[in-house]
Design a protein around this ligand. Structure first.
Ligand SMILES: Cc1ncc(COP(=O)(O)O)c(C=O)c1O
Length: 392
């Protein structure tokens, strides 16, 4: 099929959940994508913060090819070495004592809710089921995860959602104090909100939530699906804050583009979960876990993370130099950066794409930059140059 046939097929065969531009991607290499007409695009969105090592990384490709030829799926009824090797890496390099694998960020958050409820019911009372979440938060689209997601536009068509969720203003600790009580089983927060507009949490806010959870015997869940695994220049976003959660959910970048999710938990949480409590057919299969080992080992190197941090600062510095009146603020951490505009960013994204630069938004007025973590300063200069041209 040629490009126009493919685009027509989308309207004939797909449920229309995405508004896509008239581009069909065919190939990726490093930080570049190529469409069916041979046009090159500098990727500053990484498939929504997924492709940390860029596209078709040779080591990743070899590992996936070898593993596909050896063993792809057996279900969770059996042990496989890649799953256990990945679990060991995650546990040995985090606060967590145990990990449960899932397939997506939504599924990881669903599991986190189940684990928190079981923990609270086991140790306290049966109506300790309340969850506190935050304005601007995004935790996924399945009913449980959607119930924790703030945006009314995503929620309203699918009501009724899971009861017992209270939304509190992000970064407002006083409001959180009023919302968290002894019936709260968990507080869920993104240390840096992604979809909600690239909003870093304040250190006092996360510290305050940690204390509130402690005082009310609730679990603190960090959703690091978007901001975790090196994106901020630290292995985990919460390391920027020196605060540890009881549960952390991961997904997007972990397997370098293959679907994966993970719930990392303390021993106290793991202790309440029994065989049969939770499961997932595809989760933690040998193929994705082998791919994830490559991603994890490459990102979890001090030089790699330092480079992300340095390039993140450089990106913000360069964006701050643009000096266009419509740019109101530049914020973020590492290579998750938001540009707050006073206008809708959709036309800018279209104009940049026409000039070979892929960007995404985070809400209507925030431009989100989340390039592959291997991006160089020269490529950052190119991207900022295109943004500047489009703005002027
Ligand atoms: C912070 C956060 N949590 C959860 C999700 C949901 O992940 P998935 O789309 O893999 O279900 C996302 C997706 O954008 C996210 O950014």
């Amino acid at each position: 099929m040629n490009k126009s046939d493919l685009i027509e097929a989308a309207s004939n065969y797909l449920v229309h959940t995405y508004n896509r531009p008239e581009v069909v991607f065919e190939r990726g290499e490093g930080v570049y994508l190529y469409d069916t007409e041979g046009n090159q695009y500098l990727d500053f969105m990484s498939g929504i913060a997924v492709n940390g090592l860029g596209h078709s990384d040779p080591e990743w490709v070899t590992a996936v090819s070898e593993q596909a030829a050896q063993l792809t799926h057996v279900s969770n009824l059996y042990h496989t070495a890649p799953q256990l090797e990945l679990a060991r890496r995650l546990v040995e390099n985090s606060f967590a004592d145990r990990v449960f694998f899932a397939n997506t960020g939504s599924e990881a958050n669903e599991g986190a809710v189940k684990f928190a409820r079981k923990w609270a019911k086991t140790h306290f009372h049966t109506n300790k089921t309340k969850i506190v979440a935050f304005t601007g938060g995004f935790h996924g689209r399945s009913i449980g995860a959607l119930s924790l997601t703030y945006k009314e536009h995503y929620r309203a068509p699918f009501a009724p959602l899971m009861p017992g969720v209270t939304f509190v203003h992000f970064n407002d600790l006083e409001a959180a104090r009023l919302a968290v009580d002894d019936d709260t089983c968990a507080v869920i927060v993104e240390p840096i909100q992604g979809e909600g507009g690239v909003n870093p949490a304040l250190a006092e806010f996360l510290q305050g939530l940690r204390a509130l959870c402690h005082n009310h015997h609730a679990l603190l869940i960090f959703d690091e699906v978007q901001c975790g695994l090196g994106r901020t220049g630290q292995l985990w976003a919460h390391l920027n804050y020196a605060i540890t959660p009881d549960i952390m959910t991961l997904a997007k970048p972990l397997a370098g583009g293959l679907p994966i999710g993970a719930i990392l938990v303390t021993q106290a949480v793991a202790d309440v979960i029994q065989p049969g409590d939770h499961g997932s057919t595809f989760a933690g299969g040998p193929l994705v876990c082998r791919a994830a080992q490559v991603v994890f080992d490459r990102i979890n190197q001090p030089e790699f993370l330092q480079q992300v941090a340095a390039n993140g600062l450089y990106l913000q510095e360069r964006l701050n130099q643009i000096g266009a009146p419509s740019v109101k603020a530049v914020r973020g951490l590492g290579l998750l950066v938001g540009v707050q505009m006073d206008t809708a960013v959709a036309p800018l994204i279209t104009a940049a794409r026409d000039k070979g630069l892929l960007l995404i938004s985070a809400g209507d007025n925030v431009l989100r930059l989340a390039p592959p973590l291997i991006i160089t300063q020269e490529q950052i200069d190119t991207a900022v140059g295109v943004i500047q041209e489009c703005l002027h």
